[in-house]
Design a protein around this ligand. Sequence first.
Ligand code: GLU
Ligand code: MG
Length: 437
Amino acid sequence: MISDPQLFLCLSDISGTMRGKAMPVREIDNGAEARVGWTPTNVQIGCFDTIAESPWGALGDLVLMGDLNSRARVDFADGGPIEDFALGDILHLDGRPWACCTRSILKAALTRLQHAADITLFGAFEHEFHLPDRTASKAESYGLGAFRTERVLCETMMAALAGAGLVPDTILKEYGPNQFEVTVKPTLGHVIADQAAQLREIARATGERVGQRVSFAPLIEAGGMGNGAHVHLSFRDGAGRPVTYDAAGLHGMSAPTGSFIAGVLYNLPAIVAFLAPSVVSYSRLVPHRWSAAFNNLGVQDREAAVRLCPISELGGEDPAPLFNFEVRACDATASPHLALAAIVHAGAWGIEEKLAPPMVTNEDLSQRSAADLAAQGLRRLPTSLGAALDELAAAEMVKAWFPGGFAEIYLAHKRHEISVLEGQDEAAICAAYQSAY
Ligand code: GLU
Ligand code: MG
């Protein structure tokens, strides 16, 4: 067989799709730079391959500069080609980051956090996914039996993740029919988002190799269980020490942790447009679905938008390195870079403003009136993508966190996505997202 292995250079764009171009591996091996040309208007290609209005039209040229530190090279050892891709940044021809480069946007947000509190982010995305073509039977939730039926997929996926340099943590049969979950160990800075993007692609590639479709869509079928992409986060100081926990703080939150979470929750109604950016995302973000429906903080509460995660006291370990919180209002139709950038900007703003730690809720908020909630600084999150985009459009401070012009491009992109689905029923919309993600 004649073969010329290719390295695919890409990034997770506004639609959360990995788009880019491939170049020969031999050129890289011979010392060539890992870069390809890129077109501004490509950013308006949506998840259904239609294109939103673009201010650039046919004009302009950019560079997609590959970052070989983010190269994921996986040999499935099944006689098929080696999976080989690397993420990169989209730059102007003079090397400046382009305003709509999701990875550059995240790096800028992390720099802001560093300046605000001299802290680095440490974390990982926890992904749920479905096998839509699998036939479910009974008593499968968290079941060994169901796990066994997909052991080949699960073990191939974990090996592939390890092969790409991620550190696999757990894989399980989730609650919903044909729903699974995979986690990796936390990492630092923008690599958190790089690894989320890598994980989704490696999971899909694994599915293709073993003959099983893998979908990360937030909702696979009307009324079905949602797939979350919960973002687990904690902080390290300049010396790498954990600084998220303070035994004297409210529920163990250190001062920067409390302010960061307060900033995220205050801005969540506007930034949820980046975290849960599909039409079906809002069928997931409703009460009693163990996702997130209000901008609240919970301790070990799986209905809270932000949850303080439990620390096991069994081993008598120091809680400080383990203490983390998770943002649950996120799903895998989001670019992990954009979602994380929005979270980090909101949290850094909370630190800059020295916000007090949010109070913790401990009840079913859907039973409370809007006025009652408002008195405690709480509210229902937007209930549709259109409403979320309107909140973002009105949030001048949030829009100003991003490079000039980016918010307008984002809003046009996502409003176009809504228009493409107009007139379709929920089943058709779910099917469209299931095949796109
Ligand atoms: N499937 C739920 C979601 O949509 C999460 C369930 C869990 O707590 O793992 O976020
Ligand atoms: Mg789960």
